[in-house]
Write a protein that binds this ligand. Structure first.
Ligand SMILES: Cc1cc2nc3c(=O)[nH]c(=O)nc-3n(C[C@H](O)[C@H](O)[C@H](O)COP(=O)(O)OP(=O)(O)OC[C@H]3O[C@@H](n4cnc5c(N)ncnc54)[C@H](O)[C@@H]3O)c2cc1C
Length: 383
């Protein structure tokens, strides 16, 4: 077993960043990366800024599989799905083929939540969660004009801004009172929504899409409040669910994500997880900064120096250039009072606890420049 490789499942930012960090510490142990997709290296956040820049999928690629294999001194198996894991035997399965590992890392990402929409056009709904999705969607809307976007969360708002800036006509439908519910305060949401409306985005907040039918080459969406929207394509951006099934079937503990401790270790030995699929000490944060911290800590652990991950403050820059927004949500379980200063679109929305300690913020417009100063006063999310 001494020659068995470190196996990483997943070639997204989590898998590749872990591989990079670990190779800095261990240049000799064999490394095998298995990916269900084509293994090209790209930065997923670029998927929601590509239309405004008129970027084809190929133009978002940072390195192809060959370059990644060389850079990481790794074997890469692409378009290959791990179908089963046997942690007790330190073995995994690719269909009928079995492989042994020294240590196994799950960097499986998250699946777009799919809605079962009545009508005859459910398969015309796109999710954009990887490079291939982006490519398919770009091809589908080439020469088309009208997009219905389901979801007004962070990703939905980014796509609304980007597709509109890219020349498409966008209608947003979401069953909420304001954009990014649960993430930002109503005042900040109103500033973002106003700016997106000024850009040309049509908001239909409250109803859901209750039926989607084909209408010749186009689509006809019936909303639950009786409105009808005619469009050429539908994008669903209603959230992502961590990919946990493989881990659950292997007997690993799973909650919202694959449960790991502060050393990113799963509930059984020699299996680790990070990125969108992982729930670290109760937190499933689907952002880049947390997974980078995890990659650095796990690389050390896998190189023989057990290291716990920590998260400082983790503000998120929301890519809505129509109204720049930075969000630092308060740590889980810490409630405080929110105050609003400034005038839209330049708002400083702050959350303080009873002792006056800053817990979180929403900054919009010109106030986003204050984030560095404010970050110093924020509590760590995972000390
Ligand atoms: C449009 C968009 C914009 C975003 N913008 C931002 C941003 O501005 N800032 C920010 O911080 N975060 C942003 N995020 C979130 C961030 O991009 C993600 O948190 C991060 O990319 C997740 O990386 P990952 O490697 O965990 O998952 P993924 O990139 O989804 O990778 C998962 C990998 O696992 C593989 N896989 C899964 N199951 C199997 C299997 N059984 N066998 C083999 N391979 C398998 C897949 O093929 C894939 O290679 C954005 C997300 C989206 C969708």
């Amino acid at each position: 077993m001494s020659g068995a490789p470190l196996v990483i499942i997943g070639s997204g930012l989590a898998g590749y960043n872990l591989a990079r960090e670990w190779r800095k510490l261990d240049s000799t142990t064999p490394l095998l990366i298995i990916s269900a997709d084509d293994g090209r290296s790209y930065s997923k956040p670029m998927l929601s800024t590509g239309f405004a820049k008129n970027k084809q999928a190929d133009e978002l690629v940072m390195a192809d599989v060959g370059a990644m294999a060389e850079q990481l001194n790794a074997e890469l198996r692409t378009h290959t799905r791990v179908t089963r894991i046997e942690p007790e035997a330190k073995r995994l399965w690719l269909g009928n083929e079995a492989l042994v590992y020294r240590d196994l890392v799950l960097a499986l990402g998250a699946d777009p939540i799919q809605l079962d929409i009545p009508g005859d056009a459910a398969e015309a709904v796109f999710s954009i969660n990887d490079l291939e999705d982006y490519d398919r969607f770009r091809q589908a809307v080439a020469g088309k004009q009208r997009v219905l976007l389901m979801g007004a969360g962070l990703i939905g708002c980014e796509f609304a801004n980007d597709l509109t800036s890219g020349g498409l006509s966008v209608s947003v439908v979401a069953p909420c009172e304001h954009v990014m519910p649960g993430l930002i305060q109503p005042a900040a949401a109103a500033a973002v929504q106003q700016a997106l409306s000024d850009l040309g985005v049509q908001f239909h907040l409250g109803p859901v899409v209750s039926q989607l039918k084909r209408d010749g080459d186009a689509l006809c969406a019936q909303l639950s409040d009786g409105q009808v929207i005619n469009c050429d394509a539908v994008v669903s951006a209603i959230g992502l669910r961590p990919r946990t099934q493989l881990a659950a079937d292997a007997g690993l503990a799973v909650a919202r994500g694959v449960v790991v401790d502060r050393q990113l270790q799963c509930s059984l030995a020699h299996v680790y997880a990070l990125g969108d699929c992982a729930e670290v000490d109760g937190l499933n944060l689907q952002y880049v900064m947390p997974l980078m911290n995890c990659a650095r800590a796990l690389a050390k652990t896998l190189a023989g120096e057990p290291t716990a991950v920590s998260y400082g403050a983790m503000p998120v820059v929301v890519k809505t250039p129509a109204c720049p927004l930075v969000v630092a949500p308060p740590p889980a379980g810490r409630a405080g009072n929110w105050t609003v200063e400034g005038q839209a679109p330049d708002l400083r929305v702050l959350c303080h606890d009873e002792q006056g300690q800053l817990l979180g913020y929403n900054l919009t417009g010109g106030c986003t420049g204050e984030r560095m100063a404010l970050n110093k006063g924020l509590p760590a999310l995972l000390a």
